[in-house]
Write a protein that binds this ligand. Sequence first.
Ligand SMILES: *[C@@H]1O[C@H](CO)[C@@H](O)[C@H](O)[C@H]1NC(C)=O
Ligand SMILES: *[C@@H]1O[C@H](CO)[C@@H](O)[C@H](O)[C@H]1NC(C)=O
Ligand SMILES: *[C@@H]1O[C@H](CO)[C@@H](O)[C@H](O)[C@H]1NC(C)=O
Ligand SMILES: *[C@@H]1O[C@H](CO)[C@@H](O)[C@H](O)[C@H]1NC(C)=O
Ligand SMILES: *[C@@H]1O[C@H](CO)[C@@H](O)[C@H](O)[C@H]1NC(C)=O
Ligand SMILES: *[C@@H]1O[C@H](CO)[C@@H](O)[C@H](O)[C@H]1NC(C)=O
Ligand SMILES: *[C@@H]1O[C@H](CO)[C@@H](O)[C@H](O)[C@H]1NC(C)=O
Ligand SMILES: *[C@@H]1O[C@H](CO)[C@@H](O)[C@H](O)[C@H]1NC(C)=O
Ligand SMILES: *[C@@H]1O[C@H](CO)[C@@H](O)[C@H](O)[C@H]1NC(C)=O
Length: 661
Amino acid sequence: MAPCAGCFLLAVMFSASCKAFTSSDQMCTEKEANKTYNCENLGLTEVPDTLPNTTEFLEFGFNFLPVIENTTFTRLIDLMFLDLTRCQINWVHEDTFQYQHQLNTIVLTGNPLIFMAETAFNGPKSLKHLSLIQTGISNLEFIPVYNLEQLESLHLGSNHISSIKFPENFPTQNLKVLDFQNNAIYYISSEDMNALDKATNLSLNFNGNDIKAIEPGAFHSKSFQSLKFGGILNLSVILKGLQNSTAQSLWLGTFEDSDDQDLTPAMFEGLCEMSVESINLQKHHFSNISSTTFRCFTQLKELDLTATHLKALPSGIEGMNALKKLVLNVNNFDQLCQINAASFPSLTDLSIKGNMKTLDFGAGCLEKLENLQKLDLSHNDIEASDCCNLQLKNLPHLQYLNLSYNEPLGLQSQAFKECPQLEHLDLAFTHLHIKAPQSPFQNLRVLQVLNLSHCLLDTSNQHLLAGLVDLRHLNLQGNHFQDRRIAKTNLLQPLNSLEVLSLSSCDLLSIDKQAFQSLGKMSHVDLSYNSLTGDSIDALSHLQGIYLNLAVNSIQAIPPLLLHTLSRQNTINLRHNPLDCTCSNMHFITWYKENLQKFEGVEETMCANPPSLTGVKLYDVELSCGITAVGIFFLIVFLFFIAILLIFSVKFLLRWKYEHI
Ligand SMILES: *[C@@H]1O[C@H](CO)[C@@H](O)[C@H](O)[C@H]1NC(C)=O
Ligand SMILES: *[C@@H]1O[C@H](CO)[C@@H](O)[C@H](O)[C@H]1NC(C)=O
Ligand SMILES: *[C@@H]1O[C@H](CO)[C@@H](O)[C@H](O)[C@H]1NC(C)=O
Ligand SMILES: *[C@@H]1O[C@H](CO)[C@@H](O)[C@H](O)[C@H]1NC(C)=O
Ligand SMILES: *[C@@H]1O[C@H](CO)[C@@H](O)[C@H](O)[C@H]1NC(C)=O
Ligand SMILES: *[C@@H]1O[C@H](CO)[C@@H](O)[C@H](O)[C@H]1NC(C)=O
Ligand SMILES: *[C@@H]1O[C@H](CO)[C@@H](O)[C@H](O)[C@H]1NC(C)=O
Ligand SMILES: *[C@@H]1O[C@H](CO)[C@@H](O)[C@H](O)[C@H]1NC(C)=O
Ligand SMILES: *[C@@H]1O[C@H](CO)[C@@H](O)[C@H](O)[C@H]1NC(C)=O
């Protein structure tokens, strides 16, 4: 036995010395000089000498530090943030951080802690964040209480904690976040909760604990920023237990799609006895849903029913006049009217996206929502041959409308007449059939952002965007233009306020010199993923200080005349263009190297021609474009002939003079 143990020890020593050897080899990466370093996963057994004393943020996870003590970090007296995730730490000795007065965050996630000294956290003047996730803690007594007076967040997820009872002298007065996710808490008593009395505005997370009971009165007259009891199926247990408490938000969703137990109207009765503004019930099933289900929901300002398998919301829900935000994403509605919108007359924000079935837009389904400002109907397979005035009837205050990722929509002129206050309109990836010669957007005088990417637009209609006098941001990505060219007169002309324009992936070959002439305010132009050549840059000659993306085009050379246009811009991206690195492009290459700070993606800005330089980074190219030896030979011969010619003509002239004296 003994010799074997010796062997084992020897093996350990060998592997340890091996690790030490690799450690001196590998370097931490510097993220910000003298301040921020990442030394993760380098097999380190100590803080390397190469790390400067001034280090403030240190990511040191996935190394090997079975014991940390007062000598481990001595040198790093400026440390503010220390991440020691999965360093196989078993022992945290006395005064480990005694010299780290600035330290405010210690992450000990994933270390199998066996011992932490009482004074383990002494030193820092204001330790605010402590993470003890997956450290094998089963009892809160294990956490040393000294010097935690300033603690604001304590993460204790994925441990074996069964009681949330803190030691009496544990300083909880500054706690804002207390996270008990995925522990073994079955019961919450009043006594346990009383230890948290001093904390105000606390966010308390019990997700993934199988709570079977809460002592009545445990939460009596307590107030929280947020309470999370995710993963619990019988909500009566929780809601009864929360009697007489106040919470800004209450998260009661589940995670897996388990239909073991449905939510019955009776389960929500406890909700009448507490005060809460926002509830999330994601992924639950409702049984026998009726207006009584919502009897205790009248105080709510926000309700999230994402993926709750709803086919309809019952009619006759009463009193939900306070509700401002309703989320009904990923449900099973057939028709928009099935949400019975009239029950929520004060709504300002409605989201129904990713419906599991094709959603019929209906007519006037939302007309009672006069205050609606934000409407998200993306990813719903909505199809409408005549959109959108009938469907969006009486939404005078709508500012944001998302209809992206739907089926084809037909738009008449002034298709959004019912919502003249629109500021954001997203129609990306929804095919549009524009049915009138006039603009469907004509009345949208305050529209600022319009996303028409991948809409299969008829871009030859020059009036398509007429009337958009305030438009700042236009995305036309993935649409095609006649003859693969943006002509002198084009649909962009009315957009005098435009600042950001994307024409990427539009299959363009060229842009007319005057195509953007009326767009004087542009600051960001994206022309990437087309087949443009250098000549197209001329279209930008009236602009300056812009961000210009020309990545992935067919630019080979940039004529010297256009360098002036480029030199006036802030940032330029030319990566992945087949650039010519011969003397004919010498002016550009010289200028490029002098202005490298202007360019983005320089590592991918490479030569394509001549073959000998293919793949060489443009900033590495050395061209000698002086006159070659052969050139010099011809020049000398040429000059020689000129001289002979000159001599003969002088001779001839003199002779002619003599003959005529
Ligand atoms: C980093 O520290 C070195 C040596 O103290 C100093 O020379 C250098 O200027 C510092 N760099 C920055 C960016 O502070
Ligand atoms: C570290 O602790 C040991 C034992 O408590 C002590 O003898 C030693 O002086 C301490 N070292 C430093 C650098 O404080
Ligand atoms: C870093 O700190 C150590 C210990 O405090 C000290 O001996 C060393 O001189 C310091 N190094 C620099 C470059 O200041
Ligand atoms: C409570 O906490 C939330 C976030 O945790 C914060 O936004 C809010 O301002 C805080 N309220 C008070 C009164 O401190
Ligand atoms: C809730 O508050 C009421 C009135 O203060 C009190 O009568 C009742 O016992 C409280 N319930 C619990 C469970 O604390
Ligand atoms: C839910 O828990 C309560 C106790 O709080 C119990 O009375 C009720 O029967 C349970 N409901 C279901 C459906 O199990
Ligand atoms: C469903 O609700 C109705 C009316 O609220 C009630 O009469 C009926 O008994 C309920 N059915 C079940 C199975 O709970
Ligand atoms: C519209 O919805 C899509 C998909 O849900 C999303 O990606 C996009 O960011 C939204 N648009 C805006 C302007 O928020
Ligand atoms: C459409 O463009 C806007 C503005 O660039 C952006 O916020 C939004 O996410 C885009 N929508 C989609 C579906 O990508």
